[in-house]
Design a protein around this ligand. Sequence first.
Ligand code: FAD
Length: 356
Amino acid sequence: MKGRERKIVRLPNFEYLEPGTLDEALEILHVHRGNCSVLAGGTDLLVRMKQRLLTPKHLISLKSLDHLNHIRQENGSSPSEKDEVTKIGARTPLADISRSDIIQKHFPGLFQAIESVGAPSIQHHRGTIGGNLCQDNRCLHYNQSAFWRSGRQACHKAGGNICYAKEGSDRCHATCQSDGAPMLMALDAKVTLLRKDGQRTLPLEDIYTLAGEHPLSMEPDEILADIQIPLPGLGTGNAYKKLAYRSAIDYPIASAGVVVQTSQEKNSEPVIEKSRIVVGAMSSAPMMLAQASKSLEGKSVSDQDALKKAAAIAMDHASAFATDNVGSELGYRIRMVAVLVRRALDEAIKRARSEA
Ligand SMILES: Cc1cc2nc3c(=O)[nH]c(=O)nc-3n(C[C@H](O)[C@H](O)[C@H](O)COP(=O)(O)OP(=O)(O)OC[C@H]3O[C@@H](n4cnc5c(N)ncnc54)[C@H](O)[C@@H]3O)c2cc1C
């Protein structure tokens, strides 16, 4: 190319480690705690490394840990949990999730969320569900090349003490743009984390801190092993809606994951017994909107005023945390929260009724 030099962005140096067993992986993470990153598909991690946002000394690949790659139905993780759960191994490729009969049948909302991630090349060749949930938060002022960032003072997330997204803020507001997280939170998913000397199972929402610079509560020597989703009962529907610039490649700039559980009485209009509304891509963690969800309890599935009100409450709450740092106008994104929540509720109710 004459006159214009092609610039190749190289990865920084690191030691590549590919353990053959989970015990070996946990031992390595323990020994190199803090200097080591887990490599699943690499579609988030390697980009950040190329941008010098992260320079771990060691990368520990999950490539040979085949038992982290599965989708199956089992009983719950504790003896008190007799109900069936669907377990998804953290290293399961996104494409396997959207192709799965179990997911398509019981969790069409998760199918919608996963099918919308990036582009088919990410879903089919590399991206995993564990990486999707553990991906770093993003901000237009942070996810840039080292050269771009070198012209200005470091922001909170890059180790400095300034926020370009919210002037004067003493903390980072980078946004969680995972598509999988809000839908799995709405589905009441739990995750199991493993480390050398133990394991813990906790609700998915508990791994998110709401702190933009350190979005995950996981310890540096922990691996996300699997995700457990309770099997929805009869009369339950779920749906996911995403707003993005384009229908492919793009991260969400607002999203909504919704679950609606309806009553089963024959010969009467079903009522909403319970709902879970989660809004994504508006703040540093997906937002579980308890008040909007509660406002629907006991309301008829065709009560248009109640559905409209729930969507308006969701929009109000989301606006309190929303930050103008992922592109598009903030006011538009906030208004679209009401639209996405309403569309997701309508679709979830339709699915609940066809399930009843
Ligand atoms: C062009 C482009 C578009 C994209 N669009 C979207 C989108 O629309 N929606 C979306 O949600 N994402 C999007 N992504 C982000 C990413 O591709 C996906 O989220 C993907 O699922 C990440 O999975 P991965 O296996 O490649 O993760 P990796 O890059 O391997 O890992 C991501 C992070 O999670 C950690 N990690 C991975 N697995 C584990 C584990 N089991 N235990 C502990 N830590 C772990 C890694 O250390 C790393 O910090 C996009 C990326 C690109 C490059």
